[in-house]
Design a protein around this ligand. Structure first.
Ligand code: CP
Length: 307
């Protein structure tokens, strides 16, 4: 049987996303109620980039589901040195029940999934961050149970987080406004994919260059670092992004009940100010916690039998 991978948000149907988010809510209420799900099972966690939230939440999550998490850095593996990604996928599939991977190229995750006979989960690539996006929708809906038709405005760089957030919003009835400067848009092929998801989902995903106009009707203001992992600092890029920083003044342009989101790690003083990220409207640390609950539900769906 072909395994069910999670390389990108749309590897799950809208109904499957709904089921995962519902299971996550149940797991959040009772974190140790599902210790049988991965009993006797092992999940390999491969990291080629640094991580705090993803690494720890997957490790703790697998433990809470009764399984073993095996963390591997790419430097420790033969993969891409003396062995192909395909052969690594085939071999790991003989030992473990799922592979979670954080790496650079999306094509590496796709290649790993194509050769693996166990589910492969994308824990961030240069193009996508689907586990984060599922969690973002979960957190938004936690704050706004009437989330359908509401708007999240993402401000900053059109990066992997923006791409997956837009895809997840498109599939769950949430409008997503991307307020990004010209030249820092979501890449065209990914944008086309998001527009198709929005059309199917009856939602809107659009670009608004003016940050004040972009937040006017938003229920959440979301941002991420301006220089992503693996990128080098660029003064020009930072200057272009400066008007998109979430500070008290920009937040004052949003509706009074709007919350503030950030996937972390944050560069305080750059894309977000201390008073905002630590303020009463921030749900940033709920987002970080919710990675645990949502990924447990995802693994249960993919590995635990429900997939
Ligand atoms: N948001 C996120 O993926 O955090 P880490 O890079 O610490 O895993």
């Amino acid at each position: 049987m072909t395994p069910h991978h999670f390389r990108k948000v749309s590897d799950l149907s809208s109904d499957q996303i709904r089921a995962v988010l519902a299971a996550a809510a149940r797991m959040k209420r009772a974190p140790l109620a599902d210790t049988h799900v991965l009993a006797g099972k092992t999940v390999a966690l491969i990291f080629s980039k640094p991580s705090t939230r993803t690494r720890v939440s997957f490790t703790v999550g697998v433990h809470q589901l009764g399984g073993l998490a095996l963390t591997l850095s790419e430097q420790e593996l033969q993969m891409r040195k003396s062995e192909s990604i395909d052969d690594t996928a085939r071999v790991l599939s003989r030992y473990v029940d799922a592979i979670v991977i954080r790496t650079f190229a999306q094509s590496d995750v796709d290649d790993l999934a194509a050769a693996a006979s166990v589910p492969v989960v994308n824990a961030l690539t240069d193009d996508r961050h689907p586990c984060q996006a599922l969690t973002d929708i979960f957190t938004f809906e936690e704050r706004f149970p009437d989330a359908r038709g509401r708007q999240i405005t993402y401000l900053g760089d059109g990066n992997n987080v923006a791409t997956s957030l837009a895809a997840a919003g498109a599939m769950t009835g949430i409008d997503v406004c991307l307020s990004v400067p010209e030249g820092h848009d979501v890449p065209a092929p990914l944008w086309a994919e998001i527009q198709l998801l929005a059309k199917d989902g009856g939602t809107r995903v659009w670009v608004e260059r003016d940050p004040r106009a972009a937040v006017k009707n938003a229920s959440a203001l979301y941002t991420d670092v301006w220089i992503s992992m693996g990128q080098t600092d660029s003064e020009e890029k930072i200057e272009a992004l400066r008007p998109y920083r979430i500070d008290a003044e920009l937040l004052a342009s949003a509706p009074g009940d709007a919350v503030v989101m950030h996937c972390l790690p944050a560069h305080r003083g750059m894309e977000i100010t201390d008073d905002v990220i630590d303020g009463p409207r921030s749900v940033v640390f709920d987002q970080a916690e919710n990675r645990l609950h949502v990924q447990k539900a995802l693994l249960t769906h993919l590995v635990g039998g429900a997939g």
